[in-house]
Write a protein that binds this ligand. Sequence first.
Ligand SMILES: [Zn+2]
Length: 237
Amino acid sequence: MTEIIYMKDTESNYVREFDARVIDRGFDFVVLDRTAFYAAGGGQPSDTGSLAWAEGSVEVREVRKKGDTKHHLAQNPDIVPDEVRGELNWDRRYAHMKMHTAQHIVSGVVYDFYGGRTVGNQIYSDRSRIDFAPVTFTDDMLADVQTKCNDILSKGAKVEISTIARDVLEREVDSQRANLDLLPKSVRELRVVTIGDFDVCPCAGTHVRSLSEVGKVSITKRDRKGKDKERITYELG
Ligand SMILES: [Zn+2]
């Protein structure tokens, strides 16, 4: 099993270089004993970067978790020695951290004020989208969502990551707001992201340590995706 470095706490989300040992190899991938690379999932894309050693390096194109956490490489994994230094493409990852943290705020505001639940989301480094249902937005509602998000972001609350027992969390939060009811019942311990007094939500993604790092949300697009379902696209500035 690979130790996932960024799961532990908020500061571990900022680890961009780490030493690791190769514990398995496939036709185009290696498995490491520990990693700071994010494997694609939950609407957040994979990290990219490199694995380096004294005489060389190889590009990490994509990381996927299929059983093991597989680091897919641009070259034959046989050239990689057993001891490597992983390095993330930090600009891309940091953009995902800001976008992902903003997603919690937009999702929370839409649920709190308009009752729409988040039913899907996809983060990119330059824009992101969230699907909500049931909801039908008007231009005024979207302007209001944007203003409320930016009010919350401007207060710069701390973002904290911790592990909480599911039954404790179920007593403390609105399980629909936190999408707790969608998680398999077998999951008893949850990695939880807490944003000031605004949001408590189980999430395995990467996030910034303070809302002051996110910038301002700008809602750039709205699409109708079905009877009661709408998609919001936002950017950060
Ligand atoms: Zn998250």
